[in-house]
Structures are given as structure tokens and as C-alpha cells.
Design a protein around this ligand. Structure first.
Ligand code: ADP
Ligand code: MG
Length: 481
């Protein structure tokens, strides 16, 4: 598993030949120690001790830093929760770094020994794994279903009620041809997979006779390609065409994969022609899925197309309430309101935040409070704040003080210009993850010490002058809603 953060900015610096050769072992070790220091500062002592203390630096290879953790659990957790921060801090330390790869290293093994699962992921030629995969390919036509993804656990609200109703209809087995295919689309983490699994559960509960095959488009492609390799495409086709319900998730994966699209198209037609049900999901509507062959696109759009919209505050709150109740954990209303307000991207993230809070509460046997929520979700919340750009801040502050936005970068030092500029710098430091030098650059190439001075000055004024403090607070609120 690796954390990949690709940035366009500064790529010249990285491609100009700074790589392993330029970073000696000692230098690397001290960079690592600074990265650790920043992490510790950023996420707090407790979190750091729990999750990152055992991380060791394995090395830098080209543009990739490898960091080792002793268990898979830790590896996955760190990757998920802190991968972004780790990468950002490394990149700040060493512009040659583009990726941070987080791996497991069992305690006591001194040499690099990636475990089997990782070797598979990396596509290394591990014989037993490859053999196992082939058997798997032949055996399960359907990927396993997540037992949590049922209709019972799906919270219905305005944004998803139509998709939900369509899914129910198909799951009831009363769907008319107008529902074939059922095409669910919407952004990441909004419940498409959940609905598909729910349909599959429902159908398989209803009758043993119905065979449902659920798979991701990616898996569909892998199966197809490996059937080609084994020269057993006929078998593959027959198997696919023998199911009653075929679900293919995340169809956008097939964009540009022409051979697989072709195969899917034929399977699709064969199934629909024999009255079988197809359910497909994608991140866009059929008409917006560019890169999918026209004839397939047309067929995809001729059944029922249901859009899962972005969540609303009400739906987010209802989901949190349902999940907390299901987990049997007492989460104060204020905390749920706070999360529903703050974590707006998608349900997956919202759920992840709640799970972290619950895990933390269990681990330390402490109740969930607004305070622990801030503490535990520090990095996530910051990621939301990070979306505020320095440009937005400059614009807002300039408007507020009725000065031209160009004055943010000008050399003028008159108080009525310099003060708002300092406030903008202060807010940039507070509300974005930009470093002092980065902020300085955005304000007419000023030095980082100027930014530091601005931050100190504004802090001082906030303490001394309530009116001033109120003004800054107002700006902060405008920027963070
Ligand atoms: P998608 O496939 O659209 O990317 P998923 O179906 O994987 O999203 O949903 C992401 C997570 O959010 C899952 O854990 C799912 O159970 C949960 N989720 C999404 N929508 C809802 C909902 N309306 N009610 C309950 N849980 C939901
Ligand atoms: Mg999905």
C-alpha cells in the first residue's frame, strides 16, 4: 500500500536530478527526525505515541521514501489516517520525495521482507499467489458482499431517496423492463456500493435460486484478461451469462479499456436479451461518461438512471445518529452536529470520523466529547480547513477593509494597507497548511520573518483590543463556513 500525492507544483525542482545520490544517509536520518517532530507536533503526543512511535525509516529510493511499521494493523491505520501528513511533511523536508510508501516489517526481521499480500499488490512474481489467484478467478464469479451493507442500515434522505426507491424496486423482483439496467451514479462515498450490496443481499435472501454476481469493473477486467490468458474466454462468457443478476460497480474504470468494454457490451446484451437484470454504478451519468463507447453508453442509459446526490446536513446527522445507535455508543448530540456540519465530503469520511471517535473512546475509556472530537480528528478537520486558499483569504480581507486585492502583494507600508495585509497573513497561517515561506511568497515575495512578525503582531492586537479581535473573528468565520 502506498500513499501517493502528486503535485504539479515544484516538479522541476524534483526532476532536476535531486535524488538518492544527493541525500546522504545522515541527512536523510535528520530529515526523518524532523518529519517525526512535525508529526508529533501536528497530531499531538498521545496520538503520536499510539500510532507512529514504532515507525522506522527504511530508505529513500528515487522519489519514494519507505517507512516501516511492525504490524499490518498499524500500517493500514497510519496509511489511512496519517499518510497525507506524512507525505506532506516529507515533501516539505526533501523536494525529491514524491511518495511515501508505508509497509510492514515484522519486529525482529532485519532485512526487507514484504509480506505476501504486498508482493501480490506490487505484481511481483510470487508463484503460489498467482496460482491462488487463478483458482479464485475460476471459483467466485461474485466478490464477497459486505454484511453491513443492507437496506436496514441504509439511511434514506432527500439526496438518495430516488436511488433507494429504485434499488428497492429491483430487489423486490418486481422491476419492469424499464429498470433494466439500473444505473446508479454519484460521487465517491455516497452509498452506491452499499445499495448494490443491499440489493444482492435482499435477492439472495428471497430465493436460493437467484444467482447474483457482484463485482467491480476492475475485477471484471481482471477476470476477463486472465480468461484470455488461460484461453478460457468461452468458459468465462458462459459463466457470466448464467447469472440472473449482474452487478458491475465503478464502471468508470473501464474508460479507455476498449477490449474489456467490448466484452462487457456483449455480456450486457446477452443478459438483457434473456431477461436478466443488470445493475451498474459509476461516478457520472451515462451521457457524461466520456471514454465509454457510444453504443455501450446508449444501452447503459436506456433503463433507469438514478442519481445519488451529495449529502445534506440533515442526512449526515441522521446517518451519524443511526451509526452511533448501532454501535451502542453514547455520542452527544453536539458532537454529531459538529461532525455533520464539518465533514461534508461524503459518507465514508463521516463514518470514518465517527469510528475513530468511538475507537478512541473505547481505547482510553473516555466519553466522547466535543473536545476529544477536536483532538482525535485534528488532522481530518485541518484537511477541511486546508481547502481555504490564500487567494480567498486575500480577497475576503481586502473586501472587508475596502482596499484593492493587489495591495496584498504591494510594497506599500501605510498602516491602512499594511494592517489588513498582516491580518490576511495571520489568517493564512491559521486557516491553511501553508508554511511561513509559502505564505510570504504569496504576499509579494515577502520573507518568512515578515509573516512571522505579522502573526505575532495580530496575535498581540487580538489580545489587546476586543474590537480588533471581533473583526478578525468575523473574517475567520466568513472564511470557514
Ligand atoms: P460509493 O460506492 O458511492 O463510493 P459506498 O457505498 O462505499 O459509497 O459508501 C461509503 C460508506 O458510507 C459505506 O460504509 C456506506 O455504508 C456508508 N453510507 C453511504 N451512504 C449511506 C447511507 N445513506 N446510510 C448509511 N450508510 C451510508
Ligand atoms: Mg463504491
Amino acid at each position: 500500500m502506498s500513499t501517493q500525492v502528486w503535485q504539479d507544483q515544484g516538479s522541476e525542482a524534483r526532476s532536476s536530478g535531486r535524488s538518492r545520490g544527493d541525500t546522504g544517509q545522515d541527512e536523510l536520518a535528520s530529515q526523518w527526525s524532523r518529519v517525526r517532530g512535525r508529526l508529533q507536533e501536528e497530531i499531538g503526543e498521545v496520538e503520536y505515541r499510539n500510532w507512529l512511535r514504532q515507525a522506522v525509516l527504511h530508505g529513500l529510493d528515487g522519489d519514494e521514501v519507505t517507512v516501516m511499521l511492525p504490524t499490518r494493523f498499524l500500517r493500514d491505520w497510519v496509511n489511512k489516517e496519517y499518510g497525507g501528513l506524512l507525505t506532506a511533511f516529507w515533501q516539505a523536508e526533501n523536494p525529491a520525495v514524491r511518495r511515501v510508501d508505508i509497509r510492514t516489517k515484522p519486529v525482529g526481521t532485519s532485512e526487507r521482507a514484504p509480506d505476501l499480500a504486498e508482493a501480490e499488490v506490487k505484481g511481483a512474481a510470487v508463484k503460489p499467489a498467482a496460482a491462488r489467484r487463478e483458482i479464485e478467478d475460476r471459483q467466485d464469479m461474485s466478490a464477497p458482499l459486505d454484511p453491513r451493507f443492507t437496506f436496514d442500515t441504509f439511511v434514506v434522505g432527500k439526496p438518495n431517496e430516488f436511488a433507494y426507491a429504485c434499488a428497492r424496486r429491483v430487489a423486490d423482483g418486481h422491476a419492469t423492463p424499464g429498470f433494466n439496467p439500473l444505473f446508479l451514479y454519484g460521487g465517491v462515498g455516497l452509498g452506491k456500493t452499499h445499495l448494490m450490496h443491499a440489493i444482492a443481499w435482499e435477492l439472495s435472501q428471497r430465493s436460493d435460486e437467484v444467482t447474483v454476481a457482484y463485482m467491480s469493473a476492475e475485477k471484471f477486467m481482471h477476470k476477463f484478461v486472465s480468461a484470455l490468458r488461460r484461453q478460457s474466454t468461452i468458459e468465462f462468457k458462459n459463466e457470466l451469462r448464467s447469472v440472473d443478476v449482474l452487478m458491475v460497480d465503478d464502471l468508470q474504470f473501464l474508460i479507455g479499456k476498449d477490449g474489456t468494454q467490448e466484452e462487457f457490451f456483449h455480456t450486457f446484451n446477452a443478459l438483457v436479451d434473456s431477461g436478466k437484470q443488470i445493475i451498474v454504478s459509476a461516478d457520472k451519468s451515462p451521457s457524461d461518461l466520456s471514454g465509454i463507447e457510444d453504443r455501450l453508453r446508449t444501452r447503459l442509459g436506456c433503463g433507469m438512471v438514478a442519481d445519488v446526490h451529495a449529502t445534506t446536513y440533515e442526512l449526515r446527522l441522521a446517518i451519524l445518529e443511526a451509526k452511533a445507535a448501532r454501535a451502542g455508543v453514547n455520542v452527544p448530540g453536539r458532537v454529531m452536529e459538529f461532525l455533520a456540519q464539518k465533514i461534508t465530503a461524503n459518507v465514508r469520511e463521516l463514518e470514518g470520523a465517527l469510528n475513530r471517535l468511538i475507537a478512541h473512546a473505547n481505547l482510553f475509556e473516555r466519553p466522547v466529547t466535543l473536545e476529544t472530537a477536536h483532538e482525535v480528528l485534528h488532522d481530518l478537520l485541518r484537511a477541511y480547513d486546508r481547502k481555504i486558499t490564500i487567494e480567498e483569504i486575500q480577497k475576503q480581507v481586502a473586501e472587508h477593509y475596502n482596499i484593492r486585492i493587489s495591495e496584498m502583494s504591494s510594497a506599500r507600508r501605510a498602516r491602512n494597507i499594511a494592517r489588513p495585509r498582516q491580518i490576511a497573513m495571520y489568517l493564512a497561517k491559521q486557516l491553511t497548511s501553508r508554511s511561513l515561506p509559502e505564505i510570504g511568497r504569496k504576499f509579494g515575495n515577502r520573507d518568512h520573518t515578515t509573516v512571522m512578525h505579522a502573526v505575532a503582531k495580530v496575535t498581540e492586537l487580538i489580545d489587546a483590543d476586543p474590537d480588533f479581535a471581533e473583526d478578525v473573528e468575523l473574517l475567520r468565520r466568513i472564511l470557514t463556513v
